[in-house]
Design a protein around this ligand. Sequence first.
Ligand SMILES: [Mn+2]
Length: 300
Amino acid sequence: MWKTLPVEENFLGIEDEFSQFENSRVVIVPVPYERTVSYGGGTLKGPSAILDASHFVEFYDEETGREVHRQFGIATIEQLNVNAGSPENALELIYSTTKKLISANKFMVMLGGEHTISQASIAAYAERYRDLSVLHIDAHSDLRDEYQGTKFSHASVMARVCEYLDPPRLVQVGIRAQSIEEAEFIKERGITTLYAHEIRAGKYSKLLKYWYDFPIEKLTDHVYVTFDVDGFDPSIMPSTGTPEPNGLLWDETMRLLAKIGERKHVVGCDVVELAPIERFHHPDLTAAKLVSKMINYFVR
Ligand SMILES: [Mn+2]
């Protein structure tokens, strides 16, 4: 079916025994899609930077107390060929790949690439799980109907998702840059959006002990997590096209993800929009560690 990458190139640098496709529950799918850059470019190199950096992430996770690759297996397939042909063709390839991985009972972790790619993977999951909800971590709400003349912009990805997913099933966290049309769309369509300034002002921790309990309550049982790395604060994640101040910090984000893994069935996820900066490697390691943590929290 798919060619898997060897130990020198795969996620975490996992020996054959625990990284073959057949025996692996988790499948890493590199998708270096880059077409509609609006500010800084470079997401084309995101997947390979995450894979390279992952060789410096430990197998053992001190928080969950396990080596998850030994328990479930983690295979990394060759990158999808998404930069030739039309955007529609690329999205179709992502959609059909996701469908096949769902049928094979795999837990897919897609590595971008531009955020545009998530509309195709989420579509496949929404067909499989009728109650699917989406946790969307991002600085941007990505709800513009179109951007710079295309409906396939990274800035429009959640508008596309809302064409097939009931908007109240969308829960956004960390938002701090959007247009007035997007703000109105959120109100009119019943999307749950946790703005960064409201999180910081304590809006949610007045109601609950921890702000991150609020988005969890809004999600259904089956959840897809789409993580734009610009959701993080630029102090920990400068390597992205449009870094915005006042972002999420590491530990609070891990607490949110861990609780979602505990309370929900996360069925698949992606990490997108890493645009590596040469000779500046801590953000690549941060993204690789994020992927490792998501697998640890979500796969049971
Ligand atoms: Mn973004």
